[in-house]
Design a protein around this ligand. Structure first.
Ligand SMILES: *Cc1c(COP(=O)(O)O)cnc(C)c1O
Length: 477
């Protein structure tokens, strides 16, 4: 399998080449040249694999369709090390829970940092360590986080050979629980830099450091952001596992509702559907930051400035620009790379928006690709959390609540609707208390983490000082 750029760069790359990279050289995103197509017999085989051999083996059967430059035995071993009951809390890894008529929750948040990002990031940790060892190289991962991504990356990379993580976070601006989760890590290869500023300052520093190509090359700086193809691929697997658990026959369809920000999670659903998984609808649920809902309703994709990006109580969906969206638009336009390049590199760059409302392909988003969308607000979130608690004695986190709110508006008789649970309520306790008057339970091993010793360096918002710190750590070996 070879990978191409959504903007038409002529070069084709192997999986292990794009694994350690971000954007394609022309600024596009990597996608496989084609989606492997599964027939009914393949789906039946995958169902048996999951039931008889478990999630890791299901993941192997799917990933090997996309990865042919890692020996099969090595890939299988990596996946078996990744998807274990010890790391994800249950042998099923992503158990399905019934909520109410036709509506299911798929648990994706029982990994080390209590959010679905662990599903992909844990695998990325294994893949990076493997590939770097194979090449005899090392990598310094530099990132900025406002919460979920940074902690997932740190827990995935801690103790991994050949990898250091330098994670910038806004000093004092994450919840005490999130700070404790990251800053309590004592692994020598994890470096928490708390920046005296806001998240945008952290991101600006990462950009400034990455723009210094000489520094970037000399210190082998890399990233683990949401456009990474391997992260997307890891997420494809749980759409299959959800379908298998919600259905008994191979011709039965399910729909998914996905709490969305960067379009990463739901993009994996799109890929699963393109492979032939019987998915009816893919419902994109946004919060007040409704860039994606606006597109699927109107055909207008309008990026917001930071002043128009709201801080909400589902903060992991507070985005102004959906970084994986270009992948879907490429498919929507019949894989026309030149048209995709014009939209993203020209129209969007120049006007901050593009308009496909009159484009003949736009109706295909719904009719051919199955997309639908909806939006949820703080009031909806609170009402949904309270309602699910009162009626089902189940606590759901604010992002999942956005999903449940929108899913209830898109139910179709006879088609199970699966909402992806993207975080555990313990991670967002303040909103849970506001909705229900009750503190969410925490997994036992996380009780009291706020009082653990912290390992963090506080620094002014200054790229030069961050660079000096990285150089010093690298020089120390
Ligand atoms: C990252 C995240 C999302 C959004 O996922 P995308 O892939 O960016 O669309 C939703 N909920 C939670 C809890 C997250 O951490």
């Amino acid at each position: 399998m070879l990978y191409l750029s959504t903007r038409g760069h002529p070069e084709r790359r192997r999986f292990s080449d794009i694994l350690l990279e971000g954007l394609a050289p022309d600024g596009g995103l990597y996608l496989p040249e084609r989606y492997p197509r599964l027939e009914a017999a393949d789906l039946a085989r995958l169902r048996r694999t999951y039931h008889e051999q478990g999630y890791a083996e299901l993941a192997f059967e799917i990933l090997r369709l996309y990865i042919d430059d890692i020996p099969a035995d090595d890939l299988r071993a990596l996946l078996r090390r990744t998807y274990t009951a010890e790391v994800f809390g249950t042998g099923e890894i992503v158990p399905l829970r019934h909520l109410e008529n036709g509506l299911w929750l798929e648990a994706l948040s029982n990994g080390p940092t209590l959010a679905f990002k662990d599903m992909a990031m844990q695998l990325l940790g294994q893949l990076f360590e493997y590939e770097l060892a194979r090449r005899g190289e090392t990598l310094n991962i530099l990132g900025a986080t406002s919460g979920d991504t940074g902690s997932a990356a740190e827990y995935a990379m801690r103790g991994k050979r050949g990898i250091r993580v330098f994670m910038l976070s806004p000093y004092g601006r994450m919840s005490p629980f999130q700070q404790a989760q990251m800053y309590s890590l004592q692994d020598p290869n994890i470096h928490n830099l708390a920046i005296e500023g806001v998240f945008d300052d952290c991101q600006d520093i990462v950009k400034a450091v990455s723009a210094d190509l000489e520094f970037k090359r000399r210190h082998r700086i890399g990233t683990v952001n949401s456009i990474n193809w391997a992260r997307l691929l890891a997420q494809v697997v749980y759409y299959f596992a959800g379908w298998i658990q919600a259905t008994g026959r191979d011709d039965e369809r399910v729909s998914f509702t996905v709490p969305s920000g960067n379009f990463g999670n739901v993009c994996a659903g799109h890929i699963a559907r393109m492979m032939g998984l019987p998915i009816g609808r893919l419902v994109v649920a946004t919060n007040e930051n409704d860039v994606l809902d606006e597109f699927f309703r109107t055909g207008v994709y309008r990026v917001r400035g930071s002043a128009d990006t709201y801080e909400t109580s589902s903060p992991s969906m507070d985005i102004s620009k959906a970084s994986n969206f270009e992948r879907f638009v490429f498919d929507l336009l019949g894989r026309d790379a030149e048209a995709t390049r014009r939209l993203f590199a020209e129209e969007l760059a120049r006007h901050g928006r593009f308009d496909l409302s009159a484009h003949p392909a736009f109706p295909r988003a719904r009719e051919v690709f199955g997309f639908a969308s909806g939006r949820s607000t703080h009031a909806h979130r609170l009402a949904t959390i309270r309602d699910v608690w009162q009626r089902h004695a189940m606590l759901i986190d604010p992002h999942t609540a956005d999903g449940v709110k929108v899913a209830r508006e898109h139910l179709q008789p006879g088609v199970p609707m699966i909402v992806l649970e993207t975080a555990l309520p313990a991670k967002f306790a303040a909103t849970i208390v506001e909705a229900t008057g009750r503190e969410p339970d925490r997994p036992a091993h996380l009780v009291g983490i706020e009082s653990l010793p912290k390992r963090v360096r506080v620094m002014p918002a200054d790229a030069a000082q961050v660079k000096a710190y990285i150089a010093e750590v690298c020089a120390a070996g």
